[in-house]
Design a protein. Structure first.
Length: 321
């Protein structure tokens, strides 16, 4: 056997071992953290949602949209129950994320996902809702407001992505995978690589704050061990630049509503290590001066690390206080 053949055999054996480890980790994650809500079929996707609370006093329902590589447990950690005291609250796994699925090449761009959220609102019987978006979920909330303006009462955005960063956030660089390799990498080396770098990645995502000790289960962290989560995140990441550029070119429409500008509030951590509040928050307000920006000491994962502060912010944005 030639040296090249030996190397090829070792590579194949390594990939098979990584695939076996990935499969085992995914099964354990799913057993420990099964779906927490119900599933709703919409065109192109099957969405996993968690619901709490009841509509009251004419208050709008709240629909919560998580970020890139995340899932609805970021809100279920505390915010869903806290806000359910005020109105009906629905948190959704975006198409392809968490336990939501999507058809191949469907519901990937921000526009596609905005249409999926509008279809979900139809199914839930929501004429209008307050959208709460975290990170990429903030960009998605803006897309819904622009594509379906009559369906949105306002936006409460937590560390939102509003403009394309000049450099990719370090924590997401592993998602820069060619299309033809995504499935192979997701099912072999991506999850073992994540496990080996978990502590460093958590410092980037949460820093300077710390991930709570119960984040793996209560915050849904275990679901990052599923290859589908990596695959969908890589697909979403690849779709962001073009989608976001189109979105940015329409921001002015948010200040030209028929009666008044759409109410928008933004909450950002000054020490965010994923997205910089200056271009993402202050830069956004410079385009839309009617937007209210609040800055706090903290990092990117405010829905998990500062849920009480986020709940107060959302209630204020909704006009509940």
């Amino acid at each position: 056997m030639t040296a090249l053949a030996v190397v090829a055999v070792l590579c194949v054996l390594g990939l098979l071992g990584a695939a076996a480890l990935t499969s085992r980790l995914a099964r354990r994650a799913e057993a420990a953290l099964p779906p927490a809500g119900r599933f709703i079929e919409i065109p192109g996707a099957r969405l996993h949602v968690v619901e709490a609370g009841e509509l009251r006093d004419g208050r709008p329902p709240i629909l919560m949209l998580h970020g890139l590589a995340g899932q609805l447990h970021h809100f279920r950690y505390s915010l869903v129950d806290a806000l359910a005291q005020d109105t009906r609250v629905v948190a959704v796994d975006r198409p392809g994320s968490g336990y939501s699925t999507r058809e191949r090449d469907r519901a990937t761009t921000l526009d596609d996902q905005a249409d999926a959220i509008a279809a979900l609102m139809d199914h839930l019987g929501f004429d209008r809702a307050l959208l709460v978006g975290h990170s990429l979920g903030g960009a998605l909330s803006l897309a819904v407001a622009l594509r379906h303006p009559t369906r949105v009462t306002g936006l409460a955005l937590l560390a939102p992505l509003t403009t394309m960063p000049s450099d990719p956030p370090e924590v997401f660089r592993s998602l820069q995978v060619p299309h033809f390799l995504r499935s192979l990498i997701a099912r072999t080396v991506a999850i073992p690589a994540f496990v080996s770098r978990r502590e460093a990645l958590m410092r980037l995502v949460f820093g300077p704050e710390h991930a709570p000790g119960d984040y793996a289960r209560r915050g849904g962290g275990l679901l990052s061990l599923r290859p589908q989560q990596f695959l969908s995140a890589a697909e979403d990441y690849a779709a962001v630049p073009r989608s976001l550029l189109t979105l940015e070119n329409r921001y002015g429409e948010l200040a030209r509503e028929p009666a008044a500008p759409l109410p928008i509030a933004v909450l950002y951590g000054r020490e965010d290590r994923v997205l910089d509040y200056r271009p993402q928050g202050e830069g956004f307000v410079a385009r839309l001066p009617h937007v209210r920006l609040e800055l706090v000491t903290g990092g990117h994962m405010l829905p998990v690390t500062q849920p009480a502060r986020c709940a107060e912010f959302i209630r204020r944005a909704a006009g509940f206080e």
